[in-house]
Design a binder for this molecule. Structure first.
Ligand SMILES: C[S@@+](CC[C@H](N)C(=O)[O-])C[C@H]1O[C@@H](n2cnc3c(N)ncnc32)[C@H](O)[C@@H]1O
Length: 494
């Protein structure tokens, strides 16, 4: 079974840069998978879908306030708020035609229910997604072919997980009690399962990342999306591609060069999580017994003996502490001993523990200490991780490094010598320029790249070309690394 571009099927809404094939996956038991017929360069765009049928804004209050319900543009201060909906003025009629005229009456009917907490429930993203899907279908706005695609998606039905079943039951009952659809109860149940097994988190890259944004996340979730074609990409713990959204446009990009004929894979979970965590979540949430090359290697961190016991103790202290952090000294000594025992910097849990040290130091307002830890993370720890850090995650780390340099510059501390001051200033300009260039290489000409360019122009303005001198940057970075007591960083990795 193989499908090339068709006129009315799922391929018709896809803009691909290389020919794609949908056929039986190379991963045993995974069902269908998506393959490239031509090679894709590293970071290259593989395909995009301009406006997936179902995109729902995340239900966090902040996200609902700052994200346009139609196009998912995410900037503050540009929205008109109309009766509980956040829309850019120019999006009103498009949103009405695309989905709102189908769901408006049902939403109003639900909101008129005097029952407690109905507004809270209807704001939930899963509830809104299901209402929209069912209403669009009821109004005949989903083409038959697309409806069949949705019904043909894999589900986890019958897996029998209590929590999942509870959520499924709640959604089925909710749709039935407000008579959202005339579809049979079993079809609704199947659709709910389909949704849970196939929805994608709409990650908006970098735009809202900043100094205090949790480290390790290159993106901010702005919503969920159900798009059958995008769902065809299977999981691998060492994936060759990753997805991102530009507003509500879905994009799949290559992490590395992908040779012709290879199956496209993404990671359904954080790629630097522990072996045990990955195996458990993949099985529980997707019914996947992952047998990729990374999983075949088994656990990479300590699994027994004194180091394992100390790790468990650190995790216990972390759980029991008020701020979610284990004592700094415990963590620092544990890291030293793990490295002494021959573990590579990229090994789980070293990367996570460094990030924990960073959070603790920053939460105490120690910007200098935080910058030193982040320099170590950026130039030593993260580059050692295998599988490699995702490109957008790496960019977010660079963005944080620049914010930290700025914070330390503002401190005017007597502990900062003149040569460190100069190094901070030059590194900030050079790295900001690098952030713009790398963002464009990573995402192309999308909102986030424009945003970074605007920021760069605003801060450095005319004369920004003075930060073009790599030799000066290397000289400055050496001073900073010495100041942070980080030896042995090769010039090529700066
Ligand atoms: C989002 S769908 C992917 C598309 C799916 N292959 C299909 O044919 O519809 C997720 C489902 O694909 C299967 N799958 C994805 N990655 C897999 C893997 N690495 N190993 C085994 N099954 C996998 C699992 O059944 C999972 O629940």
């Amino acid at each position: 079974m193989s499908q090339e571009v068709q006129d009315d099927g799922m391929f018709s809404r896809v803009q691909a840069t290389v020919p794609l094939q949908l056929r039986i996956s190379a991963i045993p038991g995974a069902g269908r998978g998506l393959f490239v017929s031509e090679a894709v360069p590293s970071r290259g765009l593989i395909f995009r879908i301009a406006k997936p049928l179902l995109c729902i804004v995340e239900d966090g209050k902040e996200a609902l306030r700052r994200t346009c319900d139609n196009c998912f543009a995410a900037r503050s201060g540009i929205y008109q708020t109309t009766s509980r909906k956040n829309l850019r003025a120019e999006c009103h009629s498009e949103a009405w035609e695309h989905h709102h005229k189908a769901e408006c009456a049902v939403l109003s009917r639900i909101r008129q229910d005097p029952q407690d907490r109905v507004e809270e429930r209807v704001t939930h993203k899963n509830v809104r997604l299901l209402i929209r899907l069912l209403c669009l279908h009821e109004a005949g706005m989903i083409p038959e072919q697309q409806w069949d695609e949705i019904l043909g998606l894999k589900t986890l039905m019958g897996a029998g997980q209590e929590e999942l079943e509870r959520q499924v039951q709640f959604l089925c009952d909710f749709m039935a009690s407000y008579e959202v659809t005339s579809l049979d109860e079993n079809v609704v149940r199947q659709l709910v399962h389909t949704h849970f097994n196939n929805n994608l988190i709409m990650d908006q890259p970098l735009l809202r990342g900043g100094l205090f944004y949790p480290p390790g996340n290159g993106c901010v979730a702005s919503g969920i999306c159900l798009e059958p074609f995008a769902s065809m990409v299977n999981h691998c713990c060492d994936p060759n591609s990753w997805w991102t959204f530009n507003g509500c446009e879905f994009q799949l990009r290559a992490i590395r060069e992908i040779p012709a004929g290879e199956e496209l894979t993404i990671s359904y979970i954080g790629i630097t999580e522990s072996f045990k965590f990955r195996q458990e979540i993949l099985l529980e949430d997707w019914g996947i017994n992952c047998a990729c090359l990374v999983c075949k290697q088994g656990p990479q961190g300590p699994t027994d003996g004194p180091l394992y016991e100390r790790l468990q103790n650190i995790q216990r202290l972390e759980r029991e502490s008020v701020d979610g952090c284990a004592p700094l000294n415990e963590v620092k000594h544990f890291i030293i001993d793990m490295v002494g025992a021959g573990y590579d910097f990229g090994t789980w849990p070293l990367r996570q523990l460094y990030r924990q040290i960073f959070c603790t130091v920053l939460s105490r307002g120690n910007f200098m200490g935080a910058l030193k830890v982040w320099l170590k993370l950026y130039y030593v720890v993260d580059v050692a991780s295998s599988p490699p850090q995702l490109p957008d995650d790496r960019l977010n780390s660079l963005k944080k490094l620049i914010s930290l340099i700025r914070a330390v510059q503002l401190m005017e501390s007597p502990l900062i010598t003149e040569d460190v001051k100069w190094a901070l200033s030059y590194a900030r300009g050079y790295l900001s320029r690098k952030l713009c260039e790398e963002t464009e290489k990573c995402f192309g000409d999308i909102e986030v790249a424009k945003f970074e360019k605007e920021q760069f122009q605003m801060v450095f303005g005319h004369g920004a070309e003075r930060f073009d001198d790599r030799a000066r940057y290397v000289q400055g970075m050496k001073v900073l690394l010495e100041w942070a007591r980080i030896p042995d960083v090769s010039e090529s990795s700066l």
